[in-house]
Each structure stands twice: as C-alpha cells, then as structure tokens.
Design a protein around this ligand. Structure first.
Ligand SMILES: [Zn+2]
Length: 278
C-alpha cells in the first residue's frame, strides 16, 4: 500500500514538473548584495528581476528583502482581452511556436484574458531583423514621425527629435543597441526615461510605465529595458524613441531596419497611423 502511494505521488510530481517549463524561487537579500551580483549568482538577468519585482529600487535593496526569481531566466506577459497569441509573439519578436513550447500550450487559439504567459529571455528578439546596428525597440505603429510637427499638447509648431511608436500599456521595450545605460529615471517631459550609449549612438526611450534597467548597467541589444506607458508629457501609451550623435537628433528610420511583411512578423510597424498616442 505504501509503495503504491509512493509511486502514485511520484507520478503526480512528474506530471506537475512537466506542466511548467519554469520554476520560482525566493531569494532573500543578504548583506553586501547588489542587484547585478544577485543576478550573476543566480544566472538570471537583473532586468528580469526588476520586471518580476516591480516595487524594488535597484539602488536600494535592503537586507532581508525577498525577491521573486524565475528559472530559466525570463518574464511574464499578461494576455489582454481580445489579444491573439501572434500579437504577443510579435511584441516579443519571437515565434508562436516558442511561446507554445515554454507554456506547454497545444492550441494557439486557446489563451485567456488575464492568463500569464512565460517568456524566457532565450526566445526574445529572435526574429528582429539586423543583428548588428539598430533593432526595433518595440512592436507597434509609428504614430508621429521625426521632424517638424504641430505639438498635439501645445498646438505650437515644434521639432520632434524622434519617432513615436504607439503600443498598448505594458508592451515590452527592448534595447535597440548594446551599450551602457547612461540614464534611467524621471524626466519632466519624457516621463520615465532610459538612455543607452554605445560610444557613438545615444538612444533615448521615453514615456515608459516602468523601467527595467538601471543607470550604469551594460545592456545587450534586445534586452528588456522597460514597458510602454504614458508618463511625462504624453497623450496616450507610446514609446518616444530618439537616436542622437554628439547631441544631434537623427531620424531613427534611417537606422532602423526596414520591416516588411514576413511569416514571423504578421503586422510590422507601419509608417504612420493616426489616432494613437503622441
Ligand atoms: Zn515623441
């Protein structure tokens, strides 16, 4: 009887472990710990830790603080109402197949609003065109181009030093280039803003709802750096994206790869679509 119970329990455990392709652990912050040190020790990304633990301050960890860690390294994406799996795959520049695999899903048409999908770092930005140079930081529509425009808030003529890419709140934003995070914090106009510098190009990301990197961090191209929001001077959720050389803003479209229809990206960023956030 006991043997039977043991076999039975083992079968249940085997079943449970094959349902999830990931596992959680809680890490308790010790004296002398830094976010990058913890990330290195646990072989996960500091940015994933920041995304999984939205209330922590990367520069002010305290002893005894409990951090949620997921293995393998990755993050979660909630399914919005009416959102299809291809759209989530596109947001992460990955394939539907990859998401199905890591969530043990069989049917791409059966996902539910509020469901949390596991997105391992290893599958992110795999369909991004051009591995060198600059990649698209977010999947969405260009709602305002670079150049002279009438400011939607002040109705005055002004120079728009970047492009606006409209996307739903919470859409992941990735580093368009590898480099050092020279600023990650608040700016009155840009809201929650990140700057990444590679020694030549400075890329700037504005209006985020949350920042998943920290000043001084070295980030790789395609690494999660935050999520879409509407902070600062903004009329709706979007990313304001800039490329500067020696302080002078250049048209990001001159650097970003041209995106055409492909099997992996069913709905690429389009040149202009009105009615979304500025
Ligand atoms: Zn803008």
């Amino acid at each position: 009887m006991k043997k039977f119970t043991f076999v039975f329990l083992s079968l249940i455990l085997l079943g449970v472990s094959s349902i999830f392709a990931y596992s959680f652990q809680i890490y308790t912050v010790k004296r002398g710990d830094t976010l990058s040190g913890i990330a290195q020790k646990l072989s996960v990304s500091a940015n994933s830790i920041l995304d999984l633990n939205p209330t922590i301050n990367p520069n002010k960890l305290w002893i005894g603080q409990r951090l949620k860690i997921v293995e393998p390294d990755g993050i979660f994406q909630s399914v919005d109402k009416g959102q299809a799996l291809w759209y989530i795959a596109a947001e992460y520049f990955t394939t539907i197949k990859n998401i199905l695999k890591y969530n043990h899903l069989k049917n791409p048409n059966i996902i539910f609003p509020g469901e949390k999908l596991f997105i391992p770092t290893s599958i992110i930005c795999k369909t991004s065109k051009r591995k060198t140079g600059v990649i698209w930081p977010v999947f969405g529509y260009i709602t305002s181009p670079y150049g002279w425009r009438i400011n939607p808030l002040t109705h005055k003529k002004e120079f728009h030093p970047g492009i606006d890419i409209g996307a739903p709140e919470g859409t992941p934003i990735f580093a368009a280039i590898s480099g050092v995070v020279t600023y990650a914090g608040w700016d009155d106009g840009y809201g929650k803003m990140v700057q990444i510098f590679n020694g030549h190009l400075l890329t700037r990301y504005g209006h985020m709802s949350r920042i998943d990197c920290y000043t001084g961090e070295h980030v790789r191209q395609g690494e999660l750096i935050g999520r879409i929001g509407s902070t600062g001077l903004s009329t709706g959720p979007h990313l304001h994206f800039e490329i500067r050389i020696n302080g002078i803003p250049y048209n990001p479209l001159g650097y970003l790869p041209y995106v055409s229809w492909s099997g992996e990206l069913p709905h690429p960023p389009t040149p202009y679509e009105e009615g979304m956030g500025y």
